[in-house]
Write a protein of this length. Structure first.
Ligand code: MG
Length: 255
């Protein structure tokens, strides 16, 4: 099932997306992870007639630095023995078709397509075998990065944290095998990243265990699982489309 948040006039609503139709449900996104049957179904909307919102507003976004075997090979780096993590601020979140604003303090802003785990309920010290019980679904995240500032600073916070540097969406897919999904990215229609999540070093479930051992994950928090090979720069006016097979396409324009 694909879940979306969208604007109807000025009202923010949650709905189930099927083909190009949205059926509104009277609950929040996090409530919808549990059982949509208990929520009454209301209006029907055409996808092309509403504005999609970021599917949710996480309290934090925990990202994984290097998590694809093919990306590590590309960089000539040894495979990490445990995940390297960092946090993007929630203030960076934008949705499908929202503009990514190119900051004047950077001269190289890169795309990074990633599959993102959405947490469904409070998670602390979760065992790997129980991790799926805490996952509400999966979305696409573009881990936009000011690469020149990342290389200059020892800490990555500045490079990863500009407003608009965290596009997520277009929907949350609640039923998906995260260990075997085609993942790709197009810049101005040209394929730049093209891999499969089976190349991930640490699985979604291992990441829920590792990160929830450190910090409590709140309902709606996001774990972004790292990017495959082929990262590169974007320029003002470019159109970037991040795609995961069973989720859809997250499209943004650079302004
Ligand atoms: Mg990344």
């Amino acid at each position: 099932m694909k879940l979306v948040r969208f604007l109807d006039g000025k009202k923010k609503k949650t709905g189930i997306l099927e083909d190009n139709n949205i059926t509104e449900i009277n609950c929040s996104m996090v409530e919808a992870f549990n059982n949509t049957e208990q929520f009454s179904k209301q209006g029907r909307y055409n996808l092309n007639e509403v504005k999609l919102l970021p599917p949710l507003l996480p309290s934090k976004i925990v990202c994984v630095g290097l998590n694809y075997i093919d990306h590590a090979r590309e960089l000539n780096m040894e495979l990490p023995d445990e995940p390297v993590i960092f946090i993007k601020p929630s203030t960076g979140v934008i949705g499908h078709l929202d503009p990514i604003i190119y900051p004047s303090s950077s001269k190289q802003v890169d795309y990074e397509v990633e599959i993102a785990v959405v947490i469904s309920k409070k998670a602390h010290q979760v065992k790997k075998k129980d991790a799926d019980d805490y996952i509400g679904g999966y979305t696409i995240l573009n881990d936009v990065t000011a690469r020149d500032l990342q290389n200059k600073d020892v800490q990555w916070t500045r490079a990863k944290s500009f407003n608009t540097f965290c596009p997520i969406g277009p929907c949350i897919q609640t039923q998906l095998d995260p260990s075997n999904q085609k993942i790709s990215l197009k810049l101005n229609g040209e394929i730049k990243q093209d891999s499969n999540t089976k190349n991930m070093i640490f699985s979604a479930q291992e990441l829920v265990k590792f990160i929830s051992d450190i910090m409590t994950l709140n309902p709606g928090d996001i774990i972004s699982t790292g990017t495959p090979p082929g990262v590169g720069p974007m320029n003002i006016g470019d159109i970037v489309e991040a795609e995961v097979e069973e989720i859809g396409v997250l499209k943004n324009i650079i302004k």
